[in-house]
Design a binder for this molecule. Structure first.
Ligand SMILES: Cc1cc2nc3c(=O)[nH]c(=O)nc-3n(C[C@H](O)[C@H](O)[C@H](O)COP(=O)(O)OP(=O)(O)OC[C@H]3O[C@@H](n4cnc5c(N)ncnc54)[C@H](O)[C@@H]3O)c2cc1C
Ligand code: FES
Length: 265
């Protein structure tokens, strides 16, 4: 069931630069900590832009809500300059979120800053009752791909949760040279696919089509995609966020941002 959406005025506790143009911000909210599911997002009001900006919930710890974001334009630039004790107007938690499934293999796939919602998902997966009731051959893996090493973040955090981390960069500056989809192809070939496998993906849309071509070769693989679409209202009114799905157009803010792959491709 979806949590009740609230508009909250929160006080920022910390904003810090993680790497280059990637920042981590946190604020305290016991309501969001209780209500949020992995894949949910928050819609932020920033004085510099008329429309709110959507950001995923990256991590929750002791009622602190973390958001990891890359500076892209006016909104995120202003957010990166926020300071401790600044106020933030937040609507959320919004969207459907990932269905946390108890597959024996869990593969998270992050394209660039698409890693943001996957840490919260990993936290939830680790806590799910059957996560540790594993077959000896089952695996928990995150595949992270980016243009170069400066965009690879959160390696340590996933390792601390017990995930194997595989990295690819397009320029070869870290991990394997190539795309994260190449890593997925390889990992699926080497996994024990007699076990149910859940693939959870977040990143640029171009990557999703490639992933659909890869996973359709496997029967026992279930894939969910989280879309980072441009948004207007964030609550299903304006249709700014629609994407074509098999059953007609879907609103990413309301029907998503997470969709089962077979509903789209
Ligand atoms: C559900 C959801 C969750 C998201 N979670 C995160 C997150 O956790 N961390 C994060 O860094 N980003 C996330 N995004 C993307 C984020 O919302 C945009 O980067 C942000 O709105 C850009 O605002 P801006 O004012 O800085 O840039 P703008 O001035 O609006 O745009 C600057 C440039 O960035 C590009 N751009 C803007 N928005 C997007 C987008 N949605 N996708 C691709 N390119 C875009 C535009 O082409 C433009 O050239 C998420 C998006 C959605 C829909
Ligand atoms: S952003 Fe307005 S309907 Fe989705």
């Amino acid at each position: 069931m979806r949590a009740k959406v609230k508009q909250l005025k929160v006080e920022i506790k910390e904003v810090k630069k993680v790497k280059n143009d990637i920042f981590l911000l946190n604020f305290q909210s016991s309501y969001v900590a209780r209500a949020a599911q992995p894949g949910n997002f928050l819609h932020l009001k920033l004085k510099s832009t008329i429309l709110r900006r959507p950001l995923s919930i990256h991590r929750i710890k002791n009622n602190l809500i973390y958001m990891l974001f890359k500076v892209r334009g006016r909104g995120t630039r202003v957010l990166a300059k926020k300071k401790k004790n600044d106020q933030l107007d937040v609507i959320g938690p919004l969207g459907n979120g990932f269905k946390v499934k108890n597959g024996e293999n869990s593969i998270l796939v992050a394209g660039g800053i698409g890693v943001a919602p996957l840490l919260f998902l990993a936290q939830k997966l680790v806590k799910s009752p059957t996560f540790n009731v594993k077959r000896p051959t089952s695996k928990n893996i995150i595949l992270m791909g980016a243009r170069d090493r400066k965009e690879i973040v959160c390696e340590k955090e996933f390792k601390n949760l017990g995930f194997q981390v595989n990295i690819s960069t397009e320029d070869g500056s870290k991990g394997e040279k190539g795309f994260v989809t190449d890593l997925l192809k390889k990992r699926l070939r080497t996994l024990d696919l007699g076990l149910r496998t859940n693939v959870y993906v977040c990143g640029p849309k171009d990557m999703f089509y490639q992933i659909s071509k890869i996973v359709k070769n496997y029967e026992n693989v279930n894939t969910q995609l989280s879309f980072e679409q441009f948004m207007g209202c964030g609550v299903g009114v304006c249709c700014a966020c629609v994407i074509p799905a098999k059953a007609g157009y879907k609103k990413v803010c309301q029907d998503g941002p997470v969709f089962a792959l077979e509903k789209i491709y």
